[in-house]
Design a protein around this ligand. Sequence first.
Ligand code: LMR
Length: 331
Amino acid sequence: MSIPKLKALVCALAISATGWAQAADPITIKFSHVVADSTPKGQGAIMFKKLVEERLPGKVKVDVYPNSSLFGDGKEMEALLLGDVQIIAPSLAKFEQYTKKVQLFDLPFLFNDIDAVNRFQLSPDGQALLKSMEDKNITGLAYWHNGMKQLSANKPLRVPADARGLKFRVQASAVLEEQFKAVRANPRKMSFAEVYQGLQTGVVNGAENPYSNIYSQKMHEVQKYITESNHGVLDYMLITNTKFWNGLPADVKPELEKIITEVTQHVNQEAEALNQGDKERILAAKTTEIITLTPEEREQWRTAMKPVWKKFEGDIGPDLIKAAEAANQAQ
Ligand code: LMR
């Protein structure tokens, strides 16, 4: 081959190599959420980004948007379905438009503690819920814990009658609305980003949150009392757009799945300690008294709130409720 011909060939090869490199730009996963980096979900998102970019360099890039900075409640699910974000992790209270079954997790006093929640999530029934929205283009990848919810207000809440007439912020969940109506309080649906201001200005008087959300949003600065009620759970389903997920290349998807398993284990192991740490930080701030209920007082809340189960039994399914209750017995 003559020198000019060889040069032309080298040139052509170089051009096609550049073209190939351009075509293989990394896949970008936008992970949007509504809480702070310091919370279990915030930490999980950061760890996911780190492991993906270490193990799939040049192939996948992850951009994390915390604190409703890209999409807030109400918008993030729509954005996932439109392909504007690829991973989100809404609380289990935010799925009722897509499946009535996930409402299970909002039933008050269903799970004794986060270990029971964990056992149910890992059971065949819990795992089946992850796949229950695929006809709506939503694939559940994992459950992530935050923790048990505590009631807060500017007056001490010891028995259900103390909550009467107060306005409580709730997530977009019919079960949680009914839970507060059961104690003759007034529920107000409000997006997470608005809660601090809502409490500060008196649009609402109280809320229910795990300690990590209370502390990271500084809600303790505008709530004088927290009742350690542990009356329900605030956990997440890590979800993706089914079509996006199923279209991932064969050298990417299994590695992402492995990473998600690893991150999930880490988040779920650390979540309780993180919440306890934030409880300590709230106590140290001295803005808020934490009320411990006697077993009799807690029983009054349970008795008042449990009738809510009956209202949702038809939608959720009595067998699923029984299976969740059974998870309270350690194997
Ligand atoms: C809430 O709205 O209270 C929570 O779902 C926020 C979150 O993601 O923890």
